[in-house]
Design a protein around this ligand. Structure first.
Ligand code: GDG
Length: 738
């Protein structure tokens, strides 16, 4: 929401229970804005949808509001006044930040793309970097606010803030609301930082949208772009061990406030024309102002009876004037207004009256009230509050709302005359119908609209959202057969299966000591069944020594690849041992001695022939960083390759061989060089050493990584934990025979 109006009274409302926890609101703009006036810096209350919604809640519950004050503040300037019922924390932004984070990434990239206008979007890595920095700053301020209770983050300028805040405050309860549309998958994936944006949002506990379609688009993107499991029915997303709730909460307005203003505002004198078609928008290309003017011109062409009798009164509030797209739009509108007026105006009538400024609330409400028709025809709009405000102001002879289907508002306001704004002829004919509609139809339509908006007002919205934010969603539990069927049913398609699974962290949870990482009975049973199936071959690929992993799994008929696949044995395969290994055993002994010298309690070396692992998961957590660093230096000095694993660093001879090579070796030797034609491949792994295999198999098989979407991975899907792996193995074991 933009700050468009000068100060007005803040409504009090009895619907908020006063005994609830305070709220920490985080939005790009603050509820107060600083202006440079004749008497220096002046503080003004902002109104607009977001402020009218949240301000009364914060007044009742107390809390803090973090945001940008709209201008540069001298450092000594205090925004909070002692009498304020809640705290206001300004985030200062430099000129570069305003230009790159706000005008740049927020308004030149996200705004057009999320409104499904990708050709207007510009993608600049520098903008993204500054956007990240500013989002981090908002998160730091939220973490520093030292306030219990919910953190409620708003809108597209702060998509990364939930993630940064989660990193700073693991246990925080975070809710997010998006005020603009969430685009469909095909458009969203154009964004170079789509993963980062999804991960940013998934750090929240609740993610709210205006309408179901946006929530649906979001879940679709999460499922397809991150491979995260989504439960479509309950709209929960399993993000590692966290469960995220998605919901839709259509924003309403303070209906009574608009209704009362409309009743008390003085009449506005009219000149000449009998009827007014009203347009009220921020000057923004999403609002469809040029298209509306063209539709009005078409109306005058097709229905000359409206000439000299109808005026289009278009109010355009200046907005984002620093962005060239907006400057261009302004020129385009000026020109179109000139054309239509030049073409149709008479000595006593101009078809279009165009005001490029903001008007005070009372006048706005009088204009709403007196307009016979409101033309709300955006090309795309998250919700659109103007349509709702118009309806609330219809306190006399009811007018007609012409509303674009491409707004969130149209999802519920079905009694309006719904149009597709791109279709100029149909908008012209809807305007004609609205102007000629008889009173009883007007009344019936307006009655339905008013009843709904009165009922679903902004307070109802806040309460519904907060109720959802205070409910902890139940964890999804392991995926079910239907999920696996959907992910893999078509892929397996009757061909034999080559299944590769890592051991630690995949088949068993990570535990204090490797010797205690044992298979569950179910997993062992599933592996046994899989081993007995003639259409399936299973390879356990591990960083452990070959003998060790074979003993721990202890299932006959499987293939075992130890030492990251440098040693492989399995039915029907020539035993394999990488030829370069032999020369390294002595050097590995030396390296082991060097690592032993580190000598920290809880840190120890696991020797595996030519490779070794330095473990420190039992050491003090505060020492982990230094231990890893020390080990890395020693491993590098010895000329070994190193890999970071879970609380461990692995050292391997510098041989160009990894789990990916091992997978290809097994596939080639078992199924021949054309293996891709005759077998389906699935790989499941949990750490960085598995990424080599996940990377090599991208596009060649279906790959799973155990973990949350926070970790970058080449895998096509995520499994949240070892229980999910167990469920997948059981499903594969029991699936129909090919
Ligand atoms: C974003 C989303 C979503 C306009 N002219 C004047 C004036 N206004 C006020 C209106 C209304 C507000 O500005 C505009 O709100 P919208 O909802 O129509 O549009 P955006 O600014 O784009 O807001 C939108 C909204 O967030 C909330 O989630 O609905 O989809 O794009 O409240 O009254 N107010 C005054 N004088 C004017 O000249 N006083």
């Amino acid at each position: 929401m933009e700050d468009l109006t000068p100060p007005g009274p803040t409504p009090e409302h009895p619907e908020h229970p006063a005994d609830e926890q305070p709220i920490l609101a985080v939005s790009h703009r603050l509820p107060v804005t600083m202006h440079r006036g004749p008497r220096g810096l002046e503080r003004r209350q902002s109104t607009g949808g977001l402020v009218t919604a949240l301000d009364p809640v914060l007044r009742k519950r107390g809390g803090t509001w973090i945001g940008w004050p709209g201008t540069r503040l001298p450092p000594e300037e205090q925004l909070s006044a002692p009498s304020d019922p809640y705290r206001i924390v300004p985030i200062p932004l430099s000129d570069t930040e305003v230009s790159r984070y706000y005008y740049g990434l927020s308004n030149r990239t996200l705004w057009p793309l999320f409104h499904c206008l990708p050709e207007r979007a510009r993608f600049d890595r520098r903008d993204w970097e500054i956007y990240e920095q500013v989002n981090l700053r908002f998160a730091e301020a939220a973490a520093d606010a030292e306030q219990e209770g919910l953190v409620w983050i708003h809108d597209y300028q702060l998509l990364r803030t939930p993630l940064y805040l989660r990193r700073l405050r693991r246990g925080a309860r975070i809710a997010f609301f998006l005020h603009i549309p969430f685009p469909p998958f095909d458009l969203f994936r154009i964004l170079p930082w789509y993963r980062e944006v999804l991960r940013g949002l998934l750090a929240a506990d609740l993610i709210g949208f205006h309408v179901e379609g946006y929530a649906h688009n979001f879940m679709d993107c999460v499922e397809r772009l991150l491979g995260v499991r989504v439960d479509w029915q309950s709209r929960r997303i399993q993000q590692g061990e966290r469960t995220v709730q998605v919901g839709h909460f259509p924003l309403g307005i303070d209906f009574d406030l608009f209704d009362q203003r409309a009743r008390s505002a003085p009449r506005v004198a009219r000149e000449g024309a009998e009827k007014v078609v009203l347009g009220v928008d921020r000057l923004d290309y999403t609002k469809g102002i040029p298209e509306r003017i063209l539709a009005f011109e078409r109306l005058l062409e097709l229905h000359p009876e409206h000439r000299e009798r109808v005026t289009l009164l278009q109010l355009a509030v200046p907005s984002r004037g620093e962005v060239t797209e907006y400057q261009r739009l302004k020129r385009e509108i000026d020109e179109l207004v000139g054309n239509v007026n030049g073409r149709f105006a008479t000595a006593t009538w101009s078809p279009i009256r165009y005001l490029y400024r903001s008007v005070p609330p009372d006048l706005l409400c009088a204009l709403y009230r007196d307009a016979e028709v409101a033309a709300v025809t955006p090309l795309r709009d998250g919700m659109n509050l103007v349509a709702k405000e118009y309806v609330a102001c219809q306190v006399d002879d009811p007018g007609v709302l012409v509303l674009s289907r491409l707004t969130g508002a149209a999802e519920t306001m079905q009694e309006a005359l719904l149009v597709t704004s791109y279709n100029v002829d149909s908008v012209a004919s809807a305007l004609h119908r609205a102007l000629t509609m008889d009173e009883s139809e007007r009344r019936s339509r307006m009655l339905g609209l008013r009843r709904r908006e009165r009922q679903n007002n902004v307070y109802v919205w806040v309460n519904a959202f907060l109720r959802a934010a205070q409910t902890t969603p139940a964890a999804l539990g392991p995926p079910r057969d239907a999920d696996f069927e959907r992910w893999l049913g078509g892929f397996l398609n009757g061909l034999p299966l080559a299944l590769f699974v890592d051991y630690d962290g995949t088949l068993t949870p990570i535990v204090d000591h490797p010797s205690r990482a044992l298979l569950s009975d179910n997993t062992r049973a599933a592996l046994r069944t899989l081993a007995s199936r003639p259409d399936t071959n299973v390879t356990v690929v591990s960083g452990r020594a070959l003998a060790g992993v074979r003993e721990l799994v202890g299932v006959e008929g499987l293939t075992y690849a130890g030492n990251h696949g440098m040693e492989i044995v399995g039915p029907g395969l020539e035993p394999f041992r990488h030829e370069a290994l032999a020369g390294f055993e002595e050097k590995t002994e030396e390296l082991a001695r060097s690592l032993d010298e580190i000598g920290a309690p809880g840190a120890w070396v696991e020797k595996k022939g030519a490779t070794l692992t330095f473990h420190f998961r039992e050491a003090e957590e505060s020492a982990h960083h230094d231990l890893a660093e020390d080990a890395r230096l020693r491993i590098e000095a010895a000329g070994f390759d190193l890999r970071d694993a879970h609380c461990a660093v692995e050292a391997r001879p510098p041989i160009a061989w990894d789990k990916g090579q091992a997978v290809l070796h097994v596939l080639r030797n078992r199924y021949g060089p054309d293996w891709a034609e005759s077998v389906r491949v699935i790989y499941i792994g949990d750490d960085q050493t598995d990424e080599d295999a996940l990377h090599i198999l991208a596009g060649l098989g279906v790959t799973f990584r155990v973990g949350s979407a926070d970790t970058p991975t080449a895998a096509s899907r995520l499994l949240s934990n070892v229980a999910a792996v167990e469920a997948l193995l059981s499903w594969l074991a029991e699936r129909a025979r090919s």
